[in-house]
Design a protein around this ligand. Structure first.
Ligand SMILES: [Zn+2]
Length: 382
């Protein structure tokens, strides 16, 4: 009976998510006005707003003008309903009522993010950061789904990993051309932080100081200097990322820890990436997607920073180990679907990375531990 309620509640939330997915990128309010038919403008009555049922009863058409209504709407409602019921079932009683509500919020945010990314190729900061802060608050107040330090570290490492994949990927793809400079906070400060974190991090904690935070210090000093001088001072990507990559090797020679060097690199890069995105979000809190996003610099980014914040969101909820499971699922799903699209001639329609990450995140949240254990046993390490 409880699962039926979860399903019904999920379909209602799914109906609301349809509104969010449609309106948020247009910069419209998600509460007012009431939904209307896109063809004739007729305001929908409560009977026409029943999740799933209305669409089925009306056979996918507007009651007044018979205009077609996209099957995407009942699909999002059914997906949300199914995942709400499934998560209530899988959680059993873990985390109590608060736990169930938090996991539903986690799922709802990911569904909205995935479909907005499919529609607009962007991930709204408001939803991404809602996920980050909700996860941190839940970890801090309830220790759910994990402890606070684990959540914070998971978020920073995950965001740092994607920021550096974007950094190194961009460097190689653009044949070592420097990325466009942006001040006071840009990717250059993230790469500088990676370098400092990698070289400081290899010494771990010594004398009561965590040396990996050297990267954070350098990155924030660079951003502060940019803000102060109203110029964009930055070391080129090739230099910072090159030196960052050398650090784990140097750690071997210096009898320091290569693994700690990598950890410092990811933590610092993640910290700067999330802080930078937070800065830009506060500067421009609108979720409206601007049409003219053309890059005139000739530099092609291999991954957007929306994906970096989404990684931070997932890392906060999953922890770093299970985030890696989510990332692996996302990459595999992307590769399989990419091949299928090529094979069956729909290669023209590009699917962004966000939806794959979202799918990977939900699967890893429930099955990550089991998958990880299975994989380690498979390697003979478990
Ligand atoms: Zn109509």
């Amino acid at each position: 009976m409880w699962l039926v309620y979860a399903f019904l509640f999920g379909s209602l939330i799914g109906s609301f998510l349809n509104v969010v997915i449609y309106r948020l990128p247009k910069g419209l309010s998600v509460v007012r006005p009431r939904s209307s038919c896109p063809h004739c403008g007729h305001t929908l009555t409560p009977v026409e707003l029943l999740p799933l049922l209305s669409w089925l009863l009306q056979r996918g058409r507007c009651r007044r003008c018979r205009g077609p209504i996209s099957p995407r709407y009942p699909l999002v409602e059914a997906l949300t309903a199914f995942l709400f019921a499934l998560s209530a079932y899988l959680l059993g009683g873990t985390g109590g009522i608060a736990g169930v509500l938090l996991v539903w919020a986690f799922i709802a945010l990911l569904i909205a993010l995935a479909f907005i990314d499919i529609d607009t190729k962007t991930l709204p900061n408001s939803l991404n950061f809602a996920g980050v802060f909700l996860g941190l608050m839940a970890a801090w107040a309830l220790g759910f789904p994990q402890g606070f330090s684990q959540a914070l570290e998971g978020g920073l490492l995950a965001a740092g990993l994607l920021a550096l994949l974007a950094g190194y990927g961009g460097l190689i793809y653009n044949r070592f051309k420097d990325s466009p400079r942006e001040g006071p906070f840009g990717v250059h400060q993230v790469h500088l932080a990676a370098m400092g974190g990698a070289w400081g991090g290899m010494w771990g904690t010594a004398g009561g100081v965590y040396w990996g935070s050297l990267g954070l210090l350098l990155g924030f000093l660079n951003a502060a200097l940019n803000a102060r001088t109203a110029r964009v001072l930055a070391l080129p990507d090739g230099l910072t990322l090159g030196l960052a990559a050398l650090a784990p090797l140097a750690a071997l020679l210096l009898q320091a820890s290569p693994l700690e060097s990598l950890r410092g690199m990811l933590l610092s890069a993640g910290g700067l990436a999330l802080a930078g995105m937070l800065y830009w979000w506060i500067r421009n809190p609108s979720d409206k997607v601007e049409a003219d996003n053309t890059e005139e610099s000739g530099y092609v980014s291999v991954m957007g920073y929306g994906d970096v914040v989404l990684a931070g969101f997932l890392g906060v909820w999953l922890g770093f180990a299970q985030f890696l499971v989510a990332l692996l699922i996302a990459v595999l799903a992307g590769a399989v679907l990419g091949l299928l699209a090529q094979r069956f001639g729909r290669g023209g329609q590009q699917i962004p990375f966000g939806p794959y990450l979202a799918v990977g995140g939900v699967v890893a949240f429930f099955y990550g531990e089991a998958l990880l254990r299975w994989y380690l046993a498979y390697l003979g390490l478990g």
